[in-house]
Design a protein around this ligand. Structure first.
Ligand SMILES: CC(C)(COP(=O)(O)OP(=O)(O)OC[C@H]1O[C@@H](n2cnc3c(N)ncnc32)[C@H](O)[C@@H]1OP(=O)(O)O)[C@@H](O)C(=O)NCCC(=O)NCCS
Length: 176
């Protein structure tokens, strides 16, 4: 049985380990040097401070299997109802439905935060990530060609988008 729960700062080291594999061997992240646990904790604090979600999935033995978080898509104020998701599953646990379970929980949490749109920025146009997001209702919103360079290849970035809650069918509860 997999459990999904909010992350805490003590999870940072395990997260750094999961992320390091994808930084070193994959193209989803355009980072090339894996951050350590302390840096991961700093990143987590920046997400949690405004009340945005950071979730972890753990197996029956308590081992971390993956994590997902969301933050405002860009800093400027008019973007405040749009978030971007990030999701990483332990490399040897992919393809077992964990990504789908974590992203579904993240979507729900982001709706609870009042976000109205979610953007996926899919580095390297990874087929698993594109399939995961499509399975949860995201549609293609654009492709930027050859904007990354890693592992000796030019990398595309695919953007996908999904409305959250009422999306743009109603104005937000309050306007500044
Ligand atoms: C992308 C990632 C998060 C997906 O999580 P996952 O647990 O492997 O995926 P799931 O098993 O939940 O599968 C979700 C959907 O994607 C499909 N899928 C999974 N792996 C796939 C692959 N390699 N190729 C094509 N489709 C794939 C599944 O069939 C499923 O679709 P369905 O529900 O319509 O059958 C995970 O593979 C991962 O961490 N990859 C490396 C990092 C990454 O790309 N992160 C995303 C950053 S935006």
């Amino acid at each position: 049985m997999v459990s999904i729960s909010p992350a805490s700062p003590t999870d940072a080291a395990e997260m750094a380990e999961i992320y390091a594999h994808h930084v070193l061997h994959g193209t989803a992240s355009f980072e090339t040097a894996p951050p350590d646990g302390a840096e991961m904790a700093r990143r987590m604090a920046k997400v949690l401070a405004p009340g945005w979600p950071w979730l972890v999935a753990r197996g029956p033995d308590g081992a971390m299997l993956g994590y997902a978080y969301a933050s405002q898509f860009r800093d400027r104020a008019a973007y405040r109802f749009t978030c971007e998701d990030s999701i990483y599953i332990r490399h040897d646990c992919r393809g077992q439905g964990l990504g789908k379970a974590l992203l579904a929980a993240l979507i729900e949490a982001c709706e609870g935060c009042g976000f109205r749109q979610m953007i996926a920025v899919i580095g390297g146009a990874g087929p698993a990530s594109i399939a995961l997001h499509a399975a949860l209702g995201f549609t293609h919103a654009g492709t930027m060609r050859s904007i990354g360079r890693k592992h000796g290849q030019w990398l595309d970035t695919v953007y996908m988008q999904r409305p959250l809650g009422a999306g743009d069918s109603t104005p937000p509860g309050e306007e500044p």
